[in-house]
Design a protein around this ligand. Structure first.
Ligand SMILES: CC(C)(COP(=O)(O)OP(=O)(O)OC[C@H]1O[C@@H](n2cnc3c(N)ncnc32)[C@H](O)[C@@H]1OP(=O)(O)O)[C@@H](O)C(=O)NCCC(=O)NCCS
Length: 170
């Protein structure tokens, strides 16, 4: 059975409290990572209905400091499902006082669905619908290959799609 990307959407809104801040009185990166990991795992669980574990956290970018007292919204959605693993995008926004919101962070997680013996288990395929979902779906295989190469789980020679994107003239 296939599932739509939108079915995995998870949204959480938080306010930055003093216990989440660093010495500059802005959000501590480790706290934000924990928030992102939690919401990404909910999204992955919504896609596959299984226990999931974080296999990898990639492409974390902290583009703008978030001050104490600011309101933060995290949005997570599965961008592609493979055999047992899923890629999940987390987009982080800060709410401005005029009601608009500004994107300030992004991270890409990989979760693996496991069975009762903690072995990877097959999951439903994902159907991307919006333009952004399709773009993220199409590029996910290259990111999976990069993550596996960096983890020493794949030989660079075998990362065919990644190599083609990085070195198109080879
Ligand atoms: C993640 C884990 C289940 C993978 O188990 P494994 O026996 O090595 O399984 P496999 O090698 O068959 O990999 C399973 C899937 O994970 C993917 N995967 C594993 N490591 C990965 C990585 N670093 N980056 C991207 N994908 C990865 C594989 O590509 C495979 O995907 P596919 O089935 O969709 O093709 C295992 O390493 C584990 O339990 N790690 C600890 C997880 C953990 O404790 N997380 C933090 C707390 S939640």
């Amino acid at each position: 059975m296939k599932k739509k990307a939108i079915e995995s959407l998870s949204v959480q809104t938080k306010v930055v409290l003093p216990h989440d801040t660093n010495t500059l009185n802005t959000l501590f990166g480790g706290s934000l990572l924990a928030w992102m990991d939690e919401i990404a795992s909910i999204s992955a669980h919504r896609h596959c209905g299984r226990v999931v574990v974080t296999a990898s956290i990639n492409n974390v970018s902290f583009d703008r400091p978030i001050s104490s007292g600011e309101i933060v919204t995290l949005e997570a959605k599965v961008s592609r499902a493979f055999s047992s693993s899923m890629e999940v995008f987390v987009d982080v926004y800060v709410e401005n006082s005029n009601g608009t919101r500004e994107k300030c962070n992004e991270a890409i997680f990989v979760f693996v669905a496991i069975d009762q013996n903690r072995n990877p288990i097959n999951i439903p395929a994902l159907i991307p619908e919006s333009m952004e979902e399709k773009e993220r779906f199409d590029s996910a295989l290259r990111r999976k290959q990069l993550s596996l190469v960096l983890a020493g789980r794949m030989s660079p020679e075998d990362a065919v799609e990644l190599k083609a994107a990085l070195f198109p003239k080879l």
